[in-house]
Design a protein around this ligand. Structure first.
Ligand code: HEC
Ligand code: HEC
Length: 356
């Protein structure tokens, strides 16, 4: 007992050292994977699911996906995003952080990642186009623009369909090598609507033709969305506030909008009798348009129903509305851009009519 005690005491410093070392080592290991997990949770989980099971974004945990995508493809996809297709760019994160996210995604599956291979594939682009129309366009769109919507619906908020990504997207084309695209066509992605086209009966040469057709999308880049839009649309009138408010109501109803309510800006902040009545918000809605917009992107709830604010300033009445084109840009969704463009025009027409 005594001896044991002494040798234990003698050994104590090295035991402590060993423990310290290993805990240091453990800490560092935990640090790297924690960072990846943390960043993933913060930036990706809301769309791709906490375990990569998918949601608004495609699943990242499926074995076929993990078997087909290289670390470089993941890295570049995170870096460049998919402009106009909801998937944001994370170029603001450093290389180390993006790599930590890639590592975390690799942890979703035990499947080994393929090696990076950028050997170009040449094929008959014309034949590729006709095969594409026959086998791919129904899901990926005739111009490779991808399926419509974000996969989020209100009736089935937790049961997301897996939507076909855009293949004419600059973010995709920059991130995927020809071999990456071919691997996906050959292997398919079990658990999603994307099947193996070798199993579907296509020859390797035909797959090469399709790959070279997809590569040719690079020659028709998407138009960039406008970033320099003003945040608000603003008009001015010499009429009095009551007249302008009546004009706004009439103009909105004339465009098939339903008036929801008219509310003083200070409503709820001061006693009802103390409301100034000099700053008023008019809420209106067209339910058909609202539903269309919600189908495209449920985040429009942030700025719908429509609202116009009217207030007196320096003897004039000013009317303002938030610019839907500017807001839409934040959501990185081309389809939403189109709808918001229409909303923008409607706002301008109502505001012009109300202040004429
Ligand atoms: C039945 C619908 C459907 C058809 C037909 C289809 N795809 Fe897909 N495709 C999908 C879906 C859904 C995904 C997303 C799969 C996932 O979640 O990983 C996908 C994924 C892909 C990807 C990976 C995209 C990315 O973002 O990395 C490529 C490339 C692709 N498909 C090409 C094709 C080509 C080329 C054809 C025709 C030969 C084709 N697909 C036919 C539905 C389809
Ligand atoms: C706002 C939703 C959203 C967020 C946030 C988001 N994604 Fe995506 N992601 C998508 C959508 C949608 C797509 C499919 C693009 C398309 O339809 O063309 C996608 C595509 C991808 C793809 C390509 C999938 C394939 O089949 O090749 C990868 C990889 C990916 N995302 C990883 C990430 C990672 C990692 C993060 C966090 C750093 C992230 N995404 C954040 C929505 C999102």
């Amino acid at each position: 007992m005594k001896n044991l005690g002494i040798s234990f005491l003698k050994a104590l410093p090295s035991i402590i050292a060993a423990l310290g070392m290993s805990s240091l080592f453990l800490n560092q290991w935990a640090y790297a994977s924690d960072i990846g997990a943390e960043l993933y949770e913060q930036h990706c989980a809301a769309c791709h699911g906490i375990r990569g099971q998918g949601g608004t974004g495609v699943p990242l945990a499926l074995d076929d996906f993990q078997r087909e995508v290289t670390d470089q493809f993941l890295f570049n996809t995170i870096k460049h995003g998919r402009p106009g297709r909801v998937m944001p760019s994370y170029a603001m994160l450093g290389e180390e952080q993006i790599s930590a996210i890639v590592k975390h995604i690799r942890g979703f599956s035990n499947v080994k990642a393929p090696a990076f291979d950028d050997t170009p594939i040449t094929g008959d682009t014309k034949n590729g186009k006709s095969l594409f129309m026959q086998h791919c366009a129904a899901c990926h769109g005739e111009q490779g623009q991808g399926a419509a919507g974000t996969g989020v619906t209100f009736s089935r908020p937790r049961d997301y369909p897996i939507l076909a990504p855009a293949l004419n997207n600059p973010g995709f084309l920059t991130s995927a090598t020809d071999q990456d695209i071919k691997r996906t066509l050959v292997g398919g992605r079990k658990g999603t609507p994307m099947r193996s086209f070798i199993e579907a009966g296509l020859k390797e040469k035909e797959i090469n033709d399709i790959v070279s057709y997809i590569r040719s999308f690079e020659n028709n880049p998407l138009k960039p969305v406008h970033v320099d839009e003003p945040l608000v649309i603003e008009y001015e009138s010499d009429a009095d506030l009551t007249t302008v408010i009546d004009n706004i109501k009439r103009a909105a109803q004339g465009k098939n909008f339903r008036l929801i309510r008219v509310q003083n800006l200070d409503y709820g902040f001061v006693d009802e009798k103390a409301e100034s009545g000099k700053e008023v918000i008019i809420y209106f809605c067209n339910f058909k348009l609202l539903n269309q917009a919600l189908k495209v992107d449920s985040r429009v709830g942030l700025f719908l129903p429509c609202r116009i604010t009217a207030y007196e300033q320096d003897g004039k009445v000013k009317v303002i509305a938030i610019n839907p084109r500017r807001l839409s840009h934040l959501f990185n969704n081309n389809e939403l851009d189109r709808l918001c463009n229409e909303m923008y025009k409607t706002y301008v027409e109502i505001l012009e009519e109300a202040t004429f």
